[in-house]
Design a protein around this ligand. Structure first.
Ligand code: PRP
Ligand code: GUN
Length: 181
């Protein structure tokens, strides 16, 4: 995409949740996560690239001991429909015996989260929790539900707060749906 197209995509998009609404949702998520996880010494796995922004916002709201690591797994690769999950980086900390918290920007069909949870369990993790900023509502899901969900949206193609449109607009300060998608 050239810069004009990026700017046009943003100006034509529907803002589903503005920055204030997202920040309020992050506050609520963090409170719920604190209740459940405050004594669990979790290893937090941020799912790059999309989780960079929600994880950054969430983790400074969680005031208890934890370690932070990351996974890099992708199945959309700049496209608007997903393919096979491609693991770029697996966590560097051992997972055996650990309570794991996976943070991602969005749960759509659930394939990414399912595969990451399966990996954690196969490595011997104790409890595996998941937190997503957005869950999309449609009937193509694999049945997986995240433990902590910030916001729910219709079945549109989203960007902002970590989510990209063709590699851009992850830094948009709200949750937007691309015009026509
Ligand atoms: O529930 P699913 O249908 O599996 O989709 C959700 C995944 O899609 C996005 O990642 P993407 O593959 O776009 O990579 P990215 O994090 O680099 O944007 C998002 O960050 C989730 O990890
Ligand atoms: N950026 C982005 N990534 C996704 N991965 C799965 N669904 C989406 C979406 O709507 N937007």
């Amino acid at each position: 995409m050239n810069i004009e197209t990026v700017n046009q995509t943003l100006s034509e998009a529907d803002c589903l949740y503005d920055q204030q609404q997202v920040e309020a949702a992050l506050d609520k998520m963090a409170a719920a996560m604190t209740q459940v996880l405050k004594n669990s010494d979790p290893l937090v796995l941020c799912v790059l690239t999309g989780a960079i922004i929600p994880a950054g916002h969430l983790l400074t709201r969680l005031n208890f001991p934890m370690q932070i690591d990351y996974i890099h797994a992708t199945r959309y690769a700049g496209e608007t429909s997903g393919g096979e999950l491609n693991w770029q980086v697996r966590p560097s900390h051992p997972l055996a015996g650990r309570n794991i918290l996976i943070i991602d920007d969005i749960l759509d069909e659930g394939i990414t989260l399912d595969a990451i949870m399966a990996h954690c369990r196969a490595e011997g993790a104790s409890e595996v929790y998941s937190a997503v900023l957005v869950e999309k509502q449609h009937d193509r899901k694999n049945g997986l539900q995240a433990d902590f969900v910030g916001l729910r949206t219709d079945d549109r193609y989203l960007f902002g707060y970590g989510m990209d449109y063709k590699g851009y607009l992850r830094n948009a300060p709200g949750i937007y749906a691309v015009k026509g998608l």
